[in-house]
Design a protein. Structure first.
Length: 456
């Protein structure tokens, strides 16, 4: 039996009556009405009113290979008929999950050879918290429990994920962080660098980790967790001095390094992982999103040999896992997604063509009267909207310029996201040069309209 069709108005009414959305102010949503996205192809979305929209965010940073790839649908269909579900507990596994673990180990940094599967990025970071503590218990150092994260970092929305992250509004609503998680400042030079040069500030921000380790006591610190480039925090690209200094500090104190690759993983920086872009040697890499290009929910933690060997050689049972760890259909889609990324050389395309082109085009927006800074790496980009470019003075009420610009973008057929007054983008990796032209031309138009409405 096919589902009855509904008009947009009917869908909106049902939505309002029954659907609680993630990260949403429902009073506001009720008055504005939900935008119903109906279909998509390549880098474009169509809403239920027929408007075509260029998806400058790849969904939520996840549709790396673009929309409408039939091969992924076929892989899911085939696997559903063969084995729609079985667990990986009790000495069992299924072929797609085994093959996907091996395929991920092949593209991961050389010292990372194991994968623990989850259902999302948040779950991956719950696994991270459990795993780093388990590791130190096995090492006979059970006091090493504290994980150091960063203010304005994002690691998901579960209790552990939101605690590891450093989003103040999330902490306020949930009595978070939970005990044993502390935070250091972020390497956000444009917003917080003051009079320091970018390089000085990068060192300063990294050295906050050393200070925190000393404050908490070396014997109590389990791990440091960070995104290679903060995504949800506003595409914050760290100064060049930041990661080398962090590496020095984690090596010196021998704490575990957790690099959250949920956004940067699977090609976004022009390397398979952000860790390769910054030449990092993580012990754990939480992944999700681009792992299946968002076609089905799936996440995981890529585990380096230091932790994996300890868990395998010295561990008993790790009392942790999910019903959907290694879900066969999600894994089959993940495998097909990886095949496409590899055979179509999409990561190479990002590195050699798409990223240099996008970065050079958005750099041209720096001359706009609203834009205080343009930055980006790979297919990640950010524009800081300011009232005064010379003094970096912002608009009085934070977020108003960003929200206004975002709404104008949608009206002009473009999805960009606003983080406060920072406009961010993360298009599908397959975006063509002509589509990048369209993206950047539309942004300029929208900036003009935003400036006009703000009276700048
Ligand atoms: N880590 C990072 C770096 C993320 O960007 C996100 C999601 N935006 C998550 C974790 C959480 O992933 P999910 O929403 O799949 O739980």
């Amino acid at each position: 039996m096919s589902q009855p069709t509904h008009t947009t108005a009917e869908l909106r009414a049902l939505d309002h009556a029954h659907y609680l959305h993630p990260f949403t102010d429902h009073k506001d949503l009720g008055s504005r009405g939900t935008r119903i996205i109906e279909r998509a192809e390549g880098v474009y979305l169509w809403d239920s009113e027929g408007q075509k929209i260029l998806d400058g965010m790849a969904g939520l940073w996840c549709v790396n290979i673009g929309y409408g790839r039939r091969e992924l649908a076929d892989a899911a269909y085939k696997q559903m008929l063969e084995l729609p579900y079985y667990n990986s507990f009790f000495q069992c596994a299924n072929p797609p999950a085994v093959k996907l673990a091996a395929a991920i180990a092949e593209i991961a940094p050389a010292h990372m050879n194991h994968v623990f599967f989850t259902g999302s990025g948040s779950e991956s970071n719950d696994t991270v918290l459990r795993m780093v503590r388990r590791y130190w218990d096995l090492k006979g150092k059970p006091t090493r429990k504290t994980v150091i994260g960063r203010i304005n970092g994002y690691h998901g929305s579960t209790v552990a994920g939101a605690s590891l992250g450093g989003m103040a509004p999330m902490h306020e609503q949930g009595d978070l962080p939970i005990p044993g998680i502390v935070h250091i400042p972020q390497p956000y030079w444009y917003g917080e660098g003051g009079d320091m040069s970018e390089e000085e500030f990068g060192l300063w921000a990294a050295r906050q980790l050393e200070e925190k380790i000393q404050q908490v006591g070396e014997e109590n610190v389990a791990a440091f967790i960070a995104e290679p480039i903060q995504g949800a925090g506003g595409v914050i690209v760290p100064p060049s001095t930041y990661w080398p200094e962090i590496k020095r500090i984690v090596d010196k104190y021998q704490i575990l390094l957790v690099v959250d690759e949920v956004i940067c993983g699977f090609g976004r920086t022009g390397e398979w992982f952000g860790s390769q872009y910054y030449d990092l040697k993580p012990d754990l890499m939480p992944i999700a999103k681009g792992m299946t290009s968002g076609y089905l929910p799936m996440g995981g933690v890529i585990v380096g040999d230091r932790v994996a060997r300890t868990m395998i050689d010295e561990g008993g049972e790790f009392f942790h896992g999910y019903t959907y760890s290694g879900h066969p259909v999600a894994a089959a889609v993940g495998l097909e997604n990886l095949r496409i990324l590899r055979e179509e050389k999409i990561v190479e395309y990002v590195k050699q063509e798409a990223a240099p082109y996008l970065q050079s085009k958005i750099a041209e927006l720096a001359d706009h009267r609203l834009v205080g800074e343009v930055r980006g790496v790979g297919l990640l980009g950010a524009l800081e909207l300011v009232k005064n470019k010379a003094t970096r003075v912002r608009f009085v009420e934070k977020g108003t310029a960003g929200t206004l610009c975002r709404d104008i973008c949608v009206r002009n057929g473009l999805v960009m996201r606003a983080v406060g007054d920072t406009m961010i983008m993360s298009p599908p990796l397959v975006i063509r040069p002509s589509e990048i032209d369209e993206l950047v031309n539309t942004i300029r138009q929208c900036l003009d309209q935003t400036a006009e409405q703000l009276g700048v």
